[in-house]
Design a protein around this ligand. Structure first.
Ligand SMILES: NC(=O)c1ccc[n+]([C@@H]2O[C@H](COP(=O)([O-])OP(=O)(O)OC[C@H]3O[C@@H](n4cnc5c(N)ncnc54)[C@H](O)[C@@H]3O)[C@@H](O)[C@H]2O)c1
Ligand SMILES: [Fe+2]
Length: 381
């Protein structure tokens, strides 16, 4: 019988305006708001800060979380905040802010050391509560036990997986996404699609992840282009927030694979935004995997809007991959790596780095050789 283990956030609120539930949640508590410049610029952090100041026993803020944080930045931020009394951390932002908040939550005030976590010695205590409010849709980090950190010495992004990273409170409020710029809407939305589809074909796919991955894919096909074309479409934004949350739950038990494994070296070395480096690899990764998951891809082909009458399983799988390539194109994702500043002479070292991302490659339905990986990258050089 199939087996799986997963963890879920204990309290989730979904709906326009639901950020207001924070008022009760922080009453009588010392609160630390974490966010970043883009979220501050969109006027979101100030609104949340106002709510927190009016209701919490004490209020502190750190609004300068760097994009896609590095190991040394995490250490510096946790160090600078130590000594502060914090009952609850409220993280308002995309994956960068949520991942930083997860790390700070376990490192603060004599907590875990980051080197130990990279060595697999995970903390067993988190002294503060953790609330996450995603403003991209997105990483699904609000539902995962992961924090993704760039390690400059290794030139690679590394995922730390720890049960304590599952938040206590999640608020999915589509009002916060109405001003998310179109290019970020596109790349983060395609990241969510990668999560859903990679989990759907993962070696660790299970009944729960399959159900949520299919629903997430359906919502993304329905609403991502709408959000890209008209950012203020709140129904479409709500669909995307739900989809990225569902896909995050999938990650927790099924795990990403080919796309994220090959994306990690790009994000690390060339500082290509996570969503972009995944989006460019989505169709090529699935083209590589296709012969190992034709049945599964054919089974969801109808989500593209075409019933596929008269098509064979192989034809449906082919056309599904073509649909992914067209979707990325329609959403303005570059088609080649040199457009993103990756020089062709780096190919060998990128292949070597991707081959080391065993945590994710082990989830891939097709055992990948270095030659397979090279072919995928070559198709976008
Ligand atoms: N922990 C996980 O499970 C997980 C999963 C996938 C990715 N990640 C990590 O998450 C990071 C990427 O997160 P992301 O894709 O959400 O991007 P991000 O958090 O880096 O945000 C991208 C940009 O959008 C801005 N922004 C965010 N919300 C906004 C809004 N509502 N309005 C206007 N601007 C807004 C930010 O300020 C930033 O400039 C990467 O480091 C990636 O590795 C983590
Ligand atoms: Fe991702």
């Amino acid at each position: 019988m199939e087996q799986f283990r997963t963890l879920l956030p204990s309290e989730v609120h979904f709906g326009a305006g639901k950020t207001s539930v924070l008022a009760d949640k922080v009453a009588g508590k010392s609160v630390l708001l974490m966010s970043d410049k883009g979220v501050v610029g969109a006027g979101i952090a100030a609104k949340v800060a106002e709510l927190l100041k009016a209701n919490a026993a004490s209020y502190n803020e750190f609004l300068e979380v760097p994009p896609e944080p590095r190991e040394d930045e995490v250490t510096a931020v946790a160090g600078s905040l130590s000594g502060m009394e914090v009952d609850i951390i409220v993280a308002v932002g995309g994956g960068s802010v949520m991942d930083m908040a997860k790390m700070v939550a376990v490192m603060l005030n004599g907590g875990a050391a980051i080197e130990d976590m990279f060595d697999g010695k995970l903390p067993t205590v988190r002294k503060s509560l953790l609330a996450t409010i995603p403003t991209t849709a997105g990483t699904g980090a609000e539902a995962t036990p992961n924090a993704i950190i760039f390690r400059p010495a290794h030139n690679l992004k590394v995922g730390i997986v720890c049960d304590l990273f599952i938040p206590d409170l999640v608020i999915l409020d589509p009002e916060l996404l109405l001003k998310l710029p179109a290019p970020i809407t596109a790349s983060t939305g395609l990241d969510a699609l990668c999560h859903a589809l990679e989990c759907y074909i993962s070696n660790k796919a299970n009944p729960l992840s399959d159900m949520l991955a299919v629903e997430a894919t359906s919502l993304i096909f329905k609403s991502l282009k709408k959000c890209y074309a008209e950012g203020s479409d709140i129904k479409a934004r709500a669909d995307m927030l739900l989809a990225s949350f569902y896909a995050g739950i999938c990650i927790a038990s099924a795990g990403t694979n080919i796309v994220h494994a090959l994306s990690y070296p790009l994000g690390g070395r060339y500082r290509i935004a996570h969503g972009v480096s995944n989006a460019i690899l989505l169709a090529p990764g699935f083209a590589c995997n296709k012969d190992c998951c034709e049945e599964k891809l054919a089974a969801i082909y109808h989500l593209t809007g075409d019933k596929g009458e008269g098509l064979s399983v192989a034809e449906k799988a082919d056309k599904f991959v073509e649909y992914l390539a067209q979707l990325s194109k329609d959403l303005g994702i570059p088609a080649t790596l040199p457009e993103l500043g990756v020089p062709p002479e780096d190919l060998d070292s990128i292949v070597d780095a991707a081959f080391e991302v065993k945590r994710l490659l082990n989830n891939n339905p097709k055992p990948l050789t270095k030659d397979d990986i090279r072919k995928v990258y070559l198709s976008i050089f």
